[in-house]
Design a binder for this molecule. Sequence first.
Ligand SMILES: [Zn+2]
Length: 126
Amino acid sequence: MLELDVREFRRMLERKRKDLLSTSWSKEDIAIESAADEIDRLQHQLSREVAIQSLDHTSKLLKSVQAALGRIEDDIYGVCLRCEEPISEKRLKAIPWASHCIDCQEVIDHHEAFSEKDHGRFGFAA
Ligand SMILES: [Zn+2]
C-alpha cells in the first residue's frame, strides 16, 4: 500500500464536495475564500470555474469526489481502478478524486476519443 496521508486527501475531498454542493444550489454562494494554502486556493478557483461553466460538469465532478471518498472508506484510495498500481501522490494532490493513474487515464481518454470516430480501432481483431 501507499504511504499516503489519507486524512489530508479526505479533508481536501470533503471541502471539494462542500464547494460543489454549495455551487450546485446557488451561484450566489460562489465566493473567493482566503485559502490556507496554494492547493486549496487552486481547487477552490477550479470549482468556481467549473460551476460557472457547467452545472452538469459539476454534478459529474461531485460524483467523482464522492466515489473517491468512498474509496477512502474502503481503504483502496490512491490505487488505479484499471491497472491497480498506485496513483502518484503528485497526481492525487492535483486531482484528489483521480480514479486512474496517468497512463491509464491517457489510454481511456484516447479510447473514448477514438471510439467515437473510429470504432474498433482498439479492438482485438488480428
Ligand atoms: Zn493505471
